[in-house]
Unconditional design. Structure first.
Length: 190
């Protein structure tokens, strides 16, 4: 069974919306506007590209990343690995042609089936709504969180507000950086 890893830049109050400057969010760009950049705090991002064997995202994240990431050296390793987009509305004609193999998945059952295939870890980028659904369905195995020392208030959150049983996590890696960022890696306990 493949490991599904959710990776996120997240504020202390749980917001994941607009970290890189995406339009339409009041505090857009909060990861670089409000916290000093320390390269060592982002080492996990490079490690994710080296360890992952596939990328998973929702439609909105695909539409945000696909015009930019294929041409960015920082994301070169993702260009060659298979990508999976969970969407009920996206069509093959909506996919970009310069980002390698991309498959559209239409349901959480298809994500569960993907996890049952041979291969290494699958990394889930962005995709707040998809994170909610996958977490609530028990399909996420690990969280890579870079927690920013910010309170953003309103905005899309990483975790749903569903009324569900307690989900236990085990902290397996952590570090605090001089700029206040915290790296927290949690395994989901089944």
């Amino acid at each position: 069974m493949r490991t599904l890893i959710s990776t996120a830049f997240i504020s202390l109050d749980g917001v994941v919306e607009g970290p890189g400057g995406e339009p339409g969010y009041r505090n857009s760009g909060w990861t670089f506007k409000d916290v000093e950049f320390l390269p060592e705090a982002f080492d996990i991002k490079g490690r994710e590209q080296q360890e992952a064997t596939a990328v998973l995202m929702g439609r909105a994240s695909y539409e945000a990343f696909s015009p930019v990431w294929p041409n960015m050296e920082d994301f070169a390793d993702y260009k060659v690995m298979p990508k999976y987009v969970v969407s009920t509305t996206l069509t093959e004609d909506d996919l970009v042609s310069n980002w390698g193999e991309t498959t559209i998945l239409r349901s959480l059952d298809e994500v569960a089936a993907l996890k049952e295939t041979e291969g290494g870890p699958i990394i889930l980028h962005g995709s707040a709504t998809l994170n909610h659904s996958l977490s609530d369905a028990g399909l996420i195995d690990r969280y890579h969180l870079l927690v920013f020392p910010l309170l953003l208030g309103a905005g899309k959150r990483l975790f749903s507000s569903s009324d569900k049983d307690t989900q236990k996590l085990e902290l397996v890696e952590h570090e605090v950086y001089a700029n206040g960022l915290q790296k927290n890696v949690f395994d989901v306990i089944r």
